[in-house]
Design a protein around this ligand. Structure first.
Ligand SMILES: Nc1ncnc2c1ncn2[C@@H]1O[C@H](COP(=O)(O)OP(=O)(O)O)[C@@H](O)[C@H]1O
Ligand SMILES: O=P(O)(O)O[C@H]1O[C@H](CO)[C@@H](O[C@H]2O[C@H](CO)[C@@H](O)[C@H](O)[C@H]2O)[C@H](O)[C@H]1O
Length: 463
């Protein structure tokens, strides 16, 4: 490995967005490197690197925005994102760092979108804008800090650029679906994207998506957890009912967006073979998660039984493109209502699987899980208090029901009439969450594990 690759092998596993945590990195290879912007002849430069991280039995691609400056010239606020010192091709020492945090350089990225005819737009990395879209440059990029799988830069009150960290060759579903939904009042408008030709692939790969920023919006997770918190600490005025109006509106919006996706993109009906394949994939995920988190294994038989029931459901299940990783953090509340974000799907799943048509009830299940999460997460701070446990459980239950009602009222298929399908999808999502938390936030692992334990103890859905 080169000196830079050696540095990256140490740095990469510490990043929040690195999805291969817990498995040692055997090799890092810089697959491609292109300078995107430069602040002048003496730099600093911002390069986009595509890295191949080799781990036991697998190799994954990641994107890195790499800044480089001469030693001693790194501003103090960037010192904490320094990766190390290495030598340039000319032999000069240079400090390399995570340039997503460098507002001076990321502001120049927006300018590249505003200059579609600038040199380099037809090379291996291209800045694209949608027809008729005129990007207004002039603001620096502020990095969003928070629980993210990717890295987003906000430009003033106007734009947000989401750089996809884990890369899969081809178009990213977030861009694909956001574009298909353009014109919908329930989705932030996409304005452009950055794409690259990866070695060995003829279809361009999406590196980043530029979207209109929705100022003064609060995400659903923040709103819901604030509501549960006020309930648990006794400051909430109207106990369980406080969030149900929002949950119902969110259900309605979800149904609207599903309808728009079905109108814009292909649809089908799940065949018995397709249902069996889906059940197999769920069983496979359960096996992987049980091997990594042994506490899961004791519930596996009940979970498996739910998957078997799913495979045997004797009803035509409509399928279409769906959100794919739907939870409260994927919806923001504006003055006008809910707006949905992040149509990327589960970021660790290969893109070809995320692009498969699926039942919209999978998204419904994702959101139902999220109501359980909001309640369960806050209980972690209040262990062993049966009264609070009851109140949190009731909060989740009321909001789950309100969401389902809103979804059916908004024209979605009534979740209450598909309980077997929903139960299997909820288990599958919870199993995904167990793996996600074990790898990213071990302190949260209890949340999905406890949901699985209580759902597994409940009687199966009457056939
Ligand atoms: N267009 C937007 N307008 C306002 N806030 C946004 C927008 N897009 C994303 N956000 C904020 O950024 C957060 C992370 O965005 P998201 O697309 O979910 O990224 P990730 O895939 O990394 O989770 C969201 O929860 C939301 O708070
Ligand atoms: O980063 P993404 O939004 O693409 O999604 C990943 O991270 C989510 C956490 O940030 C994770 O969601 C899980 O935790 C949420 C609370 O933080 C909760 O609302 C969700 O219901 C729960 O699934 C998501 O699963 C993961 O793909």
């Amino acid at each position: 490995m080169s000196q830079l690759e050696e540095l990256l092998a140490v740095w990469l596993p510490r990043q929040r967005w690195f999805s291969g945590k817990g498995i040692p990195i055997r090799q890092i290879r810089v697959e491609s490197r292109h300078t995107l912007v430069s602040a002048g002849p003496d730099g600093p430069d911002l390069d986009v690197l595509v890295l191949q991280a080799g781990q036991r039995g697998r190799s994954s691609r990641y994107q890195l925005l790499l800044g480089s400056r001469p030693p001693g010239s790194l501003p103090p606020d960037l010192a904490r994102v320094a990766i190390g010192v290495c030598r340039t091709a000319g032999g000069r020492p240079t400090v390399v760092y995570d340039a997503a945090h460098d507002a001076q350089l990321t502001g120049l990225l927006l300018r590249r979108f505003a200059e579609p005819a600038a040199p380099g737009q037809s090379g291996q990395v291209r800045f694209r804008t949608l027809p008729g879209e005129r990007i207004r440059p002039g603001t620096t990029g502020r990095i969003l800090t928070g629980e993210q799988s990717n890295t987003s830069l906000v430009f003033g009150q106007d734009y947000i650029l989401k750089t996809f960290r884990r890369l899969w060759p081809g178009p990213n579903p977030d861009l694909e679906l956001t574009m298909a939904l353009s014109g919908s009042p329930y989705v932030a408008r996409s304005c452009g994207w950055i794409e690259a030709d990866l070695p060995g692939y003829t279809t361009p790969t999406t590196l980043a998506m530029l979207q209109r920023f929705i100022p003064q919006a609060t995400d659903g997770w923040v709103l819901a957890t604030a509501n549960v918190r006020s309930l648990l600490d006794g400051t909430g005025s109207d106990r369980q009912s406080a969030f149900t109006g929002e949950a119902a509106r969110l259900g309605r919006t979800t149904a609207e967006v599903h309808r728009s996706l079905a109108a814009a993109l292909p649809t089908d009906v799940l065949s018995p073979v397709g249902a069996a394949a889906l059940a197999d994939a769920m069983v496979q995920r359960l096996a992987t998660a049980s091997a990594e988190v042994p506490e899961l294994a004791e519930h596996a038989p009940r979970v498996m039984a739910a998957y078997t029931d799913f495979a045997e459901v004797d009803e035509p299940l409509p399928i279409q493109r769906i959100h794919g990783d739907y939870h409260l953090g994927q919806a923001v509340r504006t003055g006008a209502g809910w707006v949905l974000l992040d149509f990327e799907g589960e970021p660790t799943v290969p893109v070809r699987d995320r692009q498969r048509l699926s039942s919209p009830l999978r998204d419904v299940a994702g959101m139902l899980r999220s109501f359980d999460y909001a309640a369960g997460y806050l209980l972690v701070g209040h262990p062993g208090d049966p009264e609070l446990e009851w109140a949190a459980h009731a909060w989740a239950q009321h909001n789950r029901e309100a969401f389902c009602r809103g979804y059916a009222d908004g024209g979605g298929s009534d979740p209450e009439k598909h309980l077997t399908v929903l139960r299997a999808f909820e288990f599958d999502k919870a199993v995904y969450e167990v793996l996600y938390e074990a790898r990213n936030r071990p302190n949260w692992l209890r949340v999905p594990l406890e949901s699985i334990a209580s759902a597994a103890a409940a009687p199966p859905v009457p056939g």
